[in-house]
Ligand binder design. Sequence first.
Ligand SMILES: *[C@@H]1O[C@H](CO)[C@@H](O)[C@H](O)[C@H]1NC(C)=O
Ligand SMILES: *[C@@H]1O[C@H](CO)[C@@H](O)[C@H](O)[C@H]1NC(C)=O
Ligand SMILES: *[C@@H]1O[C@H](CO)[C@@H](O)[C@H](O)[C@H]1NC(C)=O
Ligand SMILES: *[C@@H]1O[C@H](CO)[C@@H](O)[C@H](O)[C@H]1NC(C)=O
Ligand SMILES: *[C@@H]1O[C@H](CO)[C@@H](O)[C@H](O)[C@H]1NC(C)=O
Length: 443
Amino acid sequence: MWKHLPVCPRMRIKYTVFLVFVVALVIIEKENNIISRVSDKLTPRQTPQTPLQVTIVAPLAATKQNDSRSSIGKLDPGFRHMKRRLENFTEQADPSWGKKHILLLATTRTGSSFVGEFFNQQGENMFYLFEPLWHVERALTLETGGTNASAAGPAYRDVLQGLFLCDFTPLEGFIEPVPIDHVTPNLFRRESSSSLCEEPVCSPVVKGVFERYRCRTRRCGPLNFTLASESCRQKEHRAIKSVRVRQLETLRPLAEDPRLDVKFIQLVRDPRAVLASRMVAFSTKYKNWKRWAVDGEVPVDDDEVRKLKGNCDNIRLSAEAGLKQPEWLRERYMLVRYEDIARFPMRKATEMYQFTGIPFTPKVKEWILKNTQASKEVSGVYSTQKNSSEQVEKWRFSIPFKLAQVVQKVCGPTMKLFGYKFAESKEMLTDKSISLIEEKNFS
Ligand SMILES: *[C@@H]1O[C@H](CO)[C@@H](O)[C@H](O)[C@H]1NC(C)=O
Ligand SMILES: *[C@@H]1O[C@H](CO)[C@@H](O)[C@H](O)[C@H]1NC(C)=O
Ligand SMILES: *[C@@H]1O[C@H](CO)[C@@H](O)[C@H](O)[C@H]1NC(C)=O
Ligand SMILES: *[C@@H]1O[C@H](CO)[C@@H](O)[C@H](O)[C@H]1NC(C)=O
Ligand SMILES: *[C@@H]1O[C@H](CO)[C@@H](O)[C@H](O)[C@H]1NC(C)=O
């Protein structure tokens, strides 16, 4: 390295002093991200910090505690250069440096496919996965004959952690049939992740292989996780959408993993609207609700009603935990209401991107413009192409008042927290001039 420095011995000494000074300053900067991340990464988990750092730092640290890096930077422009060099070094030593990991948490029929597209459309720097936990839930359900929340939590967490680190092995363990040589033709909704549909992850269809994906506008061969993982590593940011995590608290280890910079976005929606939408989308599963809608009283102690209450309580508990901003979630949690996104898509998308610290690209803006206005070509229940402001009130005309009342009864605290107003009567429910959404700011 001396080759790049001036030859004169006096200059060498000056530079040495300068370097030691700079290194020491940088190291003692207690709240300095770079250093804490570098040492987290460079030092194996269990071993203490290298003694070398400690010995260099000690003498200078005592006198320089109060110097801020920026003021030193002003004194010496060379410092900025050194800082960049250090950042470059950090990036090489740690490939996850500066990468953001976004987890979009929701429940079914809350508009999460639509909101997920905000990230899926970001561009070349984003690796987006759509509902990878589908496989985990299915495997656990088949195994135990029902979802066991206490067993599912840790499994979801470990798979998500792997995926954020571009390691698909934990997920592969839950895919049926088990991938052969890390290749599967069975990834759930692969076509909903642009990252899995582009070169080189989209390998050409091999003649004779009948399993193939329709990947947006093209066809791809079976998914090679080795290729997916390589592609993931090359992307700057990663986003995953999931409707399966029940409790935010179970993901605490992700927030505390020094290799990750996780941002949780919890997406919520009026539970009355969610029920109305589920009765259409999952008509077999919601057949009891459909029956109650037509005739008879809703038995309040029914399993279905208890399940609804359980869902609402989980969503509320997660949101309460997030909004309390405990240390482990500081600047890592954002609550978003689907209704606000539907009414002000561009504004909310901007806020979400600001929160994540990822550039809001023109490509995303374009997608939002295109998909929140005209809606002549509306199709299928999973369509994200709908007139979103119109869509947001539609449920008020499809759910009978008595079902709305049941939801208000069992999900009351959840609705209050998110600012969803109760409908006091059938007339109020269907009177569009009365808004059922309180304007509310959660940040
Ligand atoms: C360091 O800075 C803090 C806050 O600005 C100040 O209260 C403290 O007196 C300073 N310590 C020294 C040794 O200058
Ligand atoms: C940092 O790395 C980039 C690309 O790797 C290089 O172009 C740039 O000159 C480096 N900056 C410094 C200060 O070394
Ligand atoms: C659920 O999972 C936990 C942890 O694996 C286990 O102890 C418990 O017995 C399971 N409960 C049921 C009903 O399967
Ligand atoms: C999957 O991709 C990797 C990396 O390119 C390659 O080495 C491997 O042979 C591929 N697997 C299959 C079964 O094609
Ligand atoms: C979308 O719906 C809203 C509310 O009904 C309506 O005012 C608006 O004109 C619609 N926009 C389009 C492009 O259809």
